[in-house]
Design a protein around this ligand. Sequence first.
Ligand code: PLP
Length: 360
Amino acid sequence: MSSFAAKASHRSWIEVDLHALVRNARAVSAQSRVPIMPMVKADAYGLGVGPVVGALESLDPWGYGVATVAEGEELRAARIHRPILVVAPVEATAKSFGAVRAARLIPALGDSRSIRMWMMTGGGDWHLGIDTGMSRAGVRFDEVGALAEELKACPPAGAFTHFHSSEYDDGSMDVQTQRFRDAVAAMPAEPELLHAENSGAIARTSPSPWSFVRPGVFLYGVGSGAALVPEQVVHVHAQVAELRDLKPGDTVSYGATWTAQRPTRLATLSVGYADGYRRSLGNKGVVRVGASRAPIVGTVTMDLTMVDVTGIPCEVGDIATLIGGDGPGAISVDEVGAACGLSPYEVLTGLRARAARVYV
Ligand SMILES: *Cc1c(COP(=O)(O)O)cnc(C)c1O
């Protein structure tokens, strides 16, 4: 990562390793043995959808998954011609559906009113969302029969469900899978495309029994345990802006939540919560300085974060690693999330703030 010393003009920055991203996507393909539909919603989980999709195109994915019409339009503007599925509900109005159609997006529909409106406004490819236990969107697995008329009049090209606990070995995936199978069997005709698996489910199932898989967070380097371990994709770095020596009794940052018990060498890093580095990491997180790990002391502020570097070689201008890094001391997104009580998804999507992004 030393080449990034060249980026010294940035106070902090997010390095996105697109090679690692592509290797993670290859690992997903090898595991599932079906095409992939990378989930690139929320600006590719905060990593930047343009470069992410640019890298994933080389893998010839089935298509891409987004959450909003605007995200789909952005992909079309970037000259992506593959199928794009909007997995979250789209407002069932002529205007919204017009926008969906204009961008050749595929909506996920799951209730009579939406399907009828889709039909009335011109129809086209759509997928039936089936709720098998998330209670978030789509038709309930045991109420698909009530949509028979709509499904006959306007058959969907696909049907899908979403697992609520794919990262836990609690048997719930089997329950949801059976509900999905029953729901599909209750449709007047089986759609050509069936899909269910997110990252956690992909790691548990090989080969996939469905038409394609929907990996998200795994591509971006998050996922632990299970058969599939992703490579780190995101590395966050910040410069050491100042160094100071504290005397016992000196306090650090807002609220004086940390007090030096002994003479302490303190480094101030040019990163804060406005860069997406969570405030709740105060007194909980660690960063890497050289080969050592230095604990965050005091509250993370908007622009600056203080770490205890007592006994650690450290100069002004040195680069600390907040997330990522190489070798055994690397800091995973999961670890950062665990330190501050956030899911790794929130840590990643939170990085969209001020910090510059650098693509490898
Ligand atoms: C976000 C999302 C995914 C991807 O989930 P990960 O856990 O990030 O792999 C898959 N399917 C749907 C419907 C989603 O909303």
